[in-house]
Design a protein around this ligand. Structure first.
Ligand code: FRU
Length: 483
């Protein structure tokens, strides 16, 4: 039987077999994209094509563990209501037999084209990597065109995740790589037809441009214009924890600079972490018809307690973040939830000029399971301000020390664990809580904390507290759900 057909049929069978078990999980999210069954990781091929948004994702339908990935597919007219589409890619060919790994989508003369990595491993675990092309005329049925780029000299087989864009009628592609000396790199290629690619050079990486000890492998690079700058967004593996930075097993951040398209080199400033939460990795952006730079991230981190997620007993794991819009403000990327998410708002409650004074208190009707909480802080005349959700997630702003903290119970030990950032002032806290996730946007997107959480879903509590003084704020809350 045709291998592609067979794999797709097997994946669909998994979906049918576990559909009810998956949907019965109380931790199933209400307004996030999830795998129908099995494991989801990176967002792939994010594009607005012929008016419609398409988001593909790394997907193992057979297990709640990593493996030979498929490309699952969702589409939407408004970034809020998503439709599950047919499986886009299955790892059926020799050049991708161990996974259709991450990649991106472009529009070329009306055709939707996917560039992705074919991952191959032999019986001894030796890896091969191929950059591949697939095309679709209708946006849902893809025809594979095979390998368009083989591994160049000087790099190990950890060479993957092509992100492609067009500039002045020419195609460019950045790939995540590791040199033979085990240095993480992003590498630039150019092409006139998406099929014949020429290596231009290394964009950035360990031992380039003054960067030392900056990871042994760079995954999922993305290169785009924001304002008057070129941004390299990338997920380096092998960063050392330093202070409040790089606390997760693998981390994601960006460089702001200017790309020289002749040499491929990015003149850049410091690496800045994009998200400060426990679960965030391998984001991908696209620019839509409104000219917005939009981002989806994976709400997970490879090898970080993945086997401890309670959703595994319901045969699924991981989810995407909510879609965000990026802006550059004072040399920093600000991320905000896309405006369209307001469409999910239901049952508004508000409390103007609320006072929290050396106490822990709740406000009538401020509770829920899937909601948006918007807090405008008028004045903090206290050492610290605190919000406790579901009696198990603590959000604390220590004004005295200018430190913001997210605290939860470790999935491994049950002990408290924290993620933090420095924040010299706090005026707005916008929180998106879903049944098992939290995304916190501070000061209109200046800092973001994305995390999964697995408290008792039925616990609806939202508690406010202040220490050594009082806090004056106005609070709004909406339940969030699809119509
Ligand atoms: C990042 C990553 C990519 C790879 C994909 C495989 O999470 O490791 O580098 O293409 O996941 O699923």
């Amino acid at each position: 039987m045709d291998r592609n057909y067979d794999l797709i049929r097997q994946a669909e069978e998994m979906f049918k077999k576990y559909k009810d078990v998956v949907n019965e999980d109380e931790y199933r999210l209400h307004f996030h994209l999830m795998p129908p069954v099995g494991l989801l990781n990176d967002p792939n091929g994010f594009i607005q094509w012929q008016g419609r948004y398409h988001l593909f994702y790394q997907w193992n339908p057979f297990q709640t563990a990593h493996g030979a990935k498929f490309w699952g597919h969702y589409s939407s007219s408004n970034l809020v209501d998503w439709r599950k589409e047919k499986i886009a890619l299955a790892p059926s060919e020799w050049y991708e037999k161990n996974g259709c790994y991450s990649g991106s989508a472009v529009e070329d003369n009306g055709i939707l084209k996917l560039l992705y990595t074919g991952n191959v491993k032999d019986e001894y675990g030796n890896r091969e990597t191929y950059q591949c092309l697939a095309e679709s005329e209708n946006g849902v049925d893809f025809i594979k065109k095979g390998v368009v780029l083989r591994l160049p000299e000087g790099y190990s087989a950890h060479f993957r995740d092509p992100k492609v864009w067009k500039r002045n009628e020419k195609w460019f592609m950045v790939i995540g790589a590791q040199t033979k000396q085990l240095e993480g790199r992003a590498v630039l290629f150019a092409s006139n037809n998406l099929e014949d690619w020429t290596l231009i050079g290394d964009v950035a990486g360990t031992n380039l441009n003054g960067l030392q000890n900056f990871g042994y492998m760079w995954e999922c690079p993305d290169l785009f214009r924001l304002g008057d700058n070129d941004i390299l967004l990338v997920s380096p593996q092998g960063l050392q924890r330093t202070g409040m930075l790089y606390q997760n097993v693998y981390n994601t951040g960006y460089f702001i600079g200017t790309l020289d398209y002749e040499t491929g080199k990015l003149e850049h400033g410091n690496f800045q972490e994009l998200d400060r939460g426990f679960e965030f990795y391998a984001p991908q952006t696209t620019v839509d018809e409104k000219g917005r730079r939009l981002l989806f991230g994976w709400m997970g981190v490879p090898e970080q307690d993945e086997d401890l997620h309670p959703t595994i007993s319901h045969h699924w794991i991981h989810a995407m973040t909510i879609p965000r819009e990026l802006k550059l403000v004072n040399g920093q990327i600000y991320q905000n939830p896309v405006e369209e998410l307001k469409k999910l708002r239901r049952n508004k409650v508000s409390k103007n000029n609320a006072i929290v004074h050396e106490e822990k208190k709740t406000f009538a009707s401020f509770e829920g399971t899937a909601y948006e909480l918007l807090i405008n802080i008028h004045e903090i005349k206290a050492e610290a301000f605190e919000i406790i959700l579901k009696d198990s997630v603590w959000i604390i702003y220590n004004k005295k020390e200018c430190v913001f903290t997210l605290e939860r119970k470790s999935m491994k030990t049950g002990e408290p664990e924290i993620r933090q950032c420095k924040l010299s002032n706090l005026s707005i806290i916008q929180i998106f809580v879903d049944t098992s996730s939290i995304e916190i946007f501070l000061n209109d997107g200046q800092e973001v904390f994305t995390s999964r959480m697995f408290p008792s879903v039925k616990n609806p509590n939202i508690t406010f507290g202040s220490y050594h003084g009082k806090v004056l704020c106005s609070i709004q809350k909406w339940d969030l759900h699809q119509q």
